[in-house]
Write a protein that binds this ligand. Structure first.
Ligand SMILES: [Zn+2]
Length: 430
């Protein structure tokens, strides 16, 4: 049996601080935490002036959209989508393209301490292959957009999802999810069909919900219902599901989502950039919903950096609520770790505790902006940058050590992305 022990000045173990101790890992699983130096049967790893935390979980993104980072900025959501994002996707989407930009995004995720991602996009098979090769954990969602009258295409999509489930059923890192895009791009009939399918196969349904005021008006004019009411009538709250954004909610909708213990992915930086508003996460938490954090795609964020996302969430809601006590560092960290694991139905990640998978990040406190240290967790939320994350392990496997990626050729990933961007720039000028 492979036995490893990881020493740090500070560990967040069992959701509590522990100092000057060793995290014990047997064949990728956590077996304990001890102040005693382990015996010689262990391989010892020392992290100087560092802390070990559970690694982060991003509950809403579209990784291949990294190709549109900075492609169209400072525009309202619908103009941004219809005039820029969707035409570019229509032109460029291919298996090779998705593969190259997923690799680039995975490099970025690992650098920022993210070990698990809930993604919604297309070419899921190619994305799953990248994740599997990189050793990253992923709930990878097959996107659904309705094309009126195209039943044949939809039928083949459902068949493809079944094939993917079969391929990855024994892969401990990969879960397949189903992702109807939103109520304005997917019909109620298709939502019903997806709900039935995910219940049959015990999958996660991942969708956008109430991102803009326009969406609320559109839902009302098409169906006579607000989006949350519509989702409820389609049974979406009664299956395993994650709802991205949840910005425009009235009190009844908040109450209902609380009663249903709905999983919310709060994508604050994306919502702020597109000026869509922001999710009322204090009220949602109070009502009983499970709040988690997502970056959304890099076209609207413009990064996959969960360290900076946690910082924005912590600061913004204090300002908005006019209360420095709301969303403490620990509350925000829980949103990005154990709440997120719960939302994705993962019962053995999100915390460092006995029996859990050894998914953890190492954060260095050696830089000037990280000293002095009175509270390591508060520094992680209020002072740290992603460059302070020096190592990332998933199921005990090193994906990054001393800031160097172990499973991704980062130089090649950047070179490939540059190659694509040259072609895209030429196409855009025509
Ligand atoms: Zn999104």
């Amino acid at each position: 049996m492979k036995k490893d022990a990881y020493y740090a000045d500070y560990l967040w173990y069992n959701s509590k601080p522990v100092e000057n101790s060793w995290l014990l890992v047997h064949s990728g699983k956590i077996t304990g935490c001890t102040a005693q130096k382990p015996d010689e049967s262990y391989k010892l790893h020392y992290f100087d002036k560092s802390a070990i935390f559970p690694s982060l979980i991003n509950t809403h993104t579209h990784l291949p959209m990294t190709f549109l980072r900075g492609y169209a900025d400072d525009l309202p959501l619908h103009e941004w989508l219809n005039k820029h994002i969707w035409p570019a996707e229509k032109q460029w989407l291919s298996a090779e393209f998705v593969t190259d930009f997923t690799i680039l995004s995975v490099a970025e995720l690992i650098h920022s301490g993210t070990s698990c991602v809930n993604d919604m996009y297309f070419f899921t098979k190619n994305m799953a292959k990248v994740f599997s090769n990189a050793g990253l954990r992923g709930t990878l969602g097959c996107g659904v957009l309705d094309t009126p009258g195209d039943k044949k295409n939809q039928n083949s999509l459902f068949k493809n999802v079944e094939k993917l489930i079969e391929i990855y059923k024994d892969n401990p890192l990969i879960n397949i999810a189903f992702c109807p895009h939103a109520i304005y791009t997917v019909s109620p009939d298709t939502y019903r069909r997806v709900v039935e399918f995910v219940q049959k196969h015990d999958l996660l349904l991942h969708t956008h919900l109430s991102e803009t005021e326009w969406e609320v008006k559109e839902s009302f004019s098409r169906y006579g219902k607000r989006p949350v009411e519509l989702m409820d009538s389609l049974g979406v709250f009664d299956c395993k599901s994650v709802f991205a954004h949840c910005v425009h909610l009235n009190d009844d909708e908040i109450k209902l989502m609380g009663q249903k213990k709905a999983n919310v992915s709060h994508c604050l930086q994306s919502n702020l950039k597109l000026a869509s508003g922001f999710a009322p996460i204090s009220k949602l938490t109070e009502a009983g919903a499970n709040v988690t954090i997502g970056t959304d795609g890099a076209a609207s964020n413009n990064d996959q950096d969960m360290i900076s996302e946690m910082n924005t969430v912590a600061l913004f809601h204090k300002g908005f609520m006019n209360s420095p006590t709301v969303f403490s560092a620990e509350d925000v960290f829980n949103c990005a770790t154990k709440n997120a694991a719960h939302a994705l139905g993962l019962t053995n990640v999100g915390e460092l505790k006995n029996g859990f998978q050894a998914d953890f990040m190492v954060v260095s406190y050696a830089s000037a902006h990280m000293q002095p240290v009175y509270n390591h967790l508060s520094h992680l939320i209020y002072s740290a940058k992603k460059s302070d994350v020096t190592a990332l392990y998933v199921a005990g496997n090193p994906l990054m050590v001393n800031g160097k990626l172990k499973t991704i050729n980062e130089k090649k990933a950047v070179k490939d992305a540059c190659g694509w961007s040259e072609k895209i720039k030429t196409w855009r000028q025509i």
